[in-house]
Design a protein. Structure first.
Length: 385
């Protein structure tokens, strides 16, 4: 019983030593390393601003063929749906009545001309009065006008093509009666090469583009007209480029848009009037554009695009962005990012603003050439991962 105090002291000493040893081990535990993130260093690059707009094709010129005299159609001299040349005869109207009128006018002119010539000699000899001579001259002039009118009517019995192009179906056949001034066209000719493409653009976008050009942020892509590319209804690309001809001088009050007209060569008649197409207009060039991968751009609860970047001390910073359009798999950044910024695209779920990180080169971003830009409201997959 006399050894109990010594045993108790020994147990206490061992327990104390164990506690001290545990404390030393906890104090010696190394700190956790900073999380690793993948970053992309942003660099400025030249970028051609392209707008994709819906539109429809329309013929370069349209001519409706109508008769200028009354009569019966004797012949149709063209193939429906074929190509015709300007000045080519299309119809023959029965000329019998007009030819008879022409012969009568010719005979009347010979008579009045003979009388006026005879009276000219007699008036000098004062054998006839000046009044009689003037009347004879007037009759001759009226006969000349009647002859000219009769010649025109005979010529109008042959209906010619006013322009070159593709002619549609004929609304009349042989034996049909046509009238001068009728509302229905006998046929319609459309010139398809070149061909117009009419597209519509929002007046807001047009004003924004003009402001950027005036401020110098964009340079014009051409001297007088912008180059235009075309995507057809089936998604294929039209092989020939067009150019912008003009824009409307007024805004459509119902849609808030203006109409832009481009002209395209159409030698194979691939484009037909009324086709729905999408036109890509090269509006301007930004010589120092900042393009950010979509993987590094997210949106906050208000819908504002944001991004996380690594600062100079390897600490994460939150940036609010202004990005109005996508360029393929990238965002065109107007404000919030600059050249040299290290944008985080990998490991976003493990970091927050103010945390120190270990940045490495990102592996989830493909290096591709920029695709045509699209407005933000039309861009697909705009949010980052």
């Amino acid at each position: 019983m006399q050894f109990k105090p010594a045993v108790t002291a020994l147990v206490t000493a061992v327990a104390l030593a164990s506690l001290l040893s545990g404390c030393k081990k906890e104090e010696a535990a190394p700190a956790a390393p900073p999380p690793q993130v993948g970053v992309v260093t942003l660099q400025p690059q030249a970028f051609t601003l392209t707008s994709e707009l819906p539109g429809r094709t329309s013929a370069f010129r349209v001519a409706e063929v109508r008769p200028q005299v009354n009569g019966i159609i004797l012949k149709r001299l063209f193939k429906e749906g074929g190509d015709v040349k300007a000045g080519q005869q299309l119809y023959q109207i029965d000329p019998a009545v007009y030819e008879a009128t022409l012969k009568s006018a010719e005979a009347n002119l010979r008579s009045t001309k003979s009388i006026s010539d005879r009276y000219k000699q007699l008036v000098d000899e004062q054998a006839v009065s000046r009044q009689e001579y003037d009347t004879a001259v007037s009759n001759r002039m009226e006969s000349e006008a009647s002859l000219q009118s009769a010649q025109i009517n005979v010529r109008y019995t042959k209906v010619y093509a006013p322009i070159s192009g593709r002619i549609g179906r004929s609304s009349v056949t042989e034996g049909a009666l046509v009238n001068n001034g009728q509302t229905d066209a006998m046929a319609t000719i459309q010139q398809l090469d070149p061909i117009y493409v009419d597209v519509t653009q929002s007046s807001v976008e047009l004003l924004e583009l003009r402001r950027e050009l005036e401020s110098g942020r964009l340079q014009k892509s051409g001297e007088n007209s912008a180059a235009v590319k075309l995507t057809l209804e089936d998604g294929s690309q039209y092989k020939l480029d067009g150019k912008l001809e003009f824009s409307e001088v007024s805004v459509d009050p119902t849609t808030g848009s203006v109409t832009l007209r481009a002209v395209f060569p159409n030698p194979d008649h691939t484009l037909l009037p009324g086709m729905f197409v999408r036109a890509q207009l090269q509006a301007g060039v930004n010589a120092a554009a900042i393009l950010a991968p979509q993987q590094g751009v997210t949106r906050d609860l208000k819908g504002t695009p944001t991004a996380l970047v690594v600062g100079a001390d390897n600490k994460v910073e939150l940036r609010q962005l202004k990005a109005s359009r996508t360029v393929g798999s990238q965002w065109l950044i107007e404000d919030g990012l600059k050249a040299g910024d290290r944008l985080i695209t990998e490991g976003l779920q493990y970091v927050r603003p103010g945390v120190q990180v270990n940045p490495t080169e990102a592996t989830n971003v493909a290096k591709k050439n920029p695709a045509p830009a699209q407005p933000a409201d039309k861009a697909a997959g705009g949010k980052g991962e």
